[in-house]
Design a protein around this ligand. Structure first.
Ligand SMILES: [Zn+2]
Length: 194
């Protein structure tokens, strides 16, 4: 998927390879393991977009800011700054909410990276122990994979096998919202035989 640089010979190669093709240095040595405080994983982190503020929320917030800004103009023109108060309060709420959600998103991406390195995706269960069969649903492939990893983490699996993936479009309950395609994945959680 991505090119990484070998720490031994500095050759660039794909991180899909298990080792550097030039010198044989194992890929895991060349990939920086993200530092994750595992207590962070317990919270219900999602990366399928639910951590992002919706466009509706942002649009509404911009509209409110615009209206509050307009209302404050006559006050400011007459030398009274109290009229700016609602505008400033709204602006602070807006910036604060955005910074919290972007921090959550960064954290979720760190955890996702940690999961990707922790749980190899196997072709089949083979001689390993089949821990559980799970199905996840999300609005994108990364979200579904993230949920699989999250289950693997909770059940202390060693690896996962992705059995099937497919997308479906669901009828939304309200005609107001767009139909969002859902992404389904089934996976087997695997424990290595000791
Ligand atoms: Zn190398």
């Amino acid at each position: 998927m991505a090119l990484i640089k070998c720490k031994e010979c500095e050759k660039e190669y794909s991180d899909n390879s298990e080792a550097c093709p030039q010198c044989g240095c194992p890929t895991e040595m060349n990939v920086d393991t993200p530092q994750i405080d595992t207590s962070d994983i317990k919270c219900s982190v999602r990366i399928d977009g639910n951590e992002k503020l919706s466009d509706t929320y942002n649009g509404l917030m911009f509209l409110l800011l615009f209206v509050a800004g307009l209302i404050s103009i006559p006050y400011v023109l007459f030398g009274s700054y109290t009229g700016l108060f609602p505008f400033i309060v709204l602006l602070i709420i807006f910036l604060f909410r955005n910074s919290i959600t972007s921090k959550k998103r960064v954290k979720a991406m760190e955890i996702f990276k940690f999961f990707k390195l922790k749980y190899p995706i196997l072709e089949s269960v083979g001689r390993n122990t089949n821990l559980d069969q799970i199905t996840t649903t999300s609005n994108n492939a990364d979200g579904a994979l993230f949920d699989i990893y999250m289950q693997a983490y909770k059940k202390q699996a060693d690896a996962v096998v992705i059995n099937s993936t497919h997308s479906s479009s669901t009828e939304s309950i309200s005609k107001m919202s767009k139909n969002t395609p859902l992404y389904h994945a089934t996976a087997t959680l695997v424990k290595y035989k000791k």
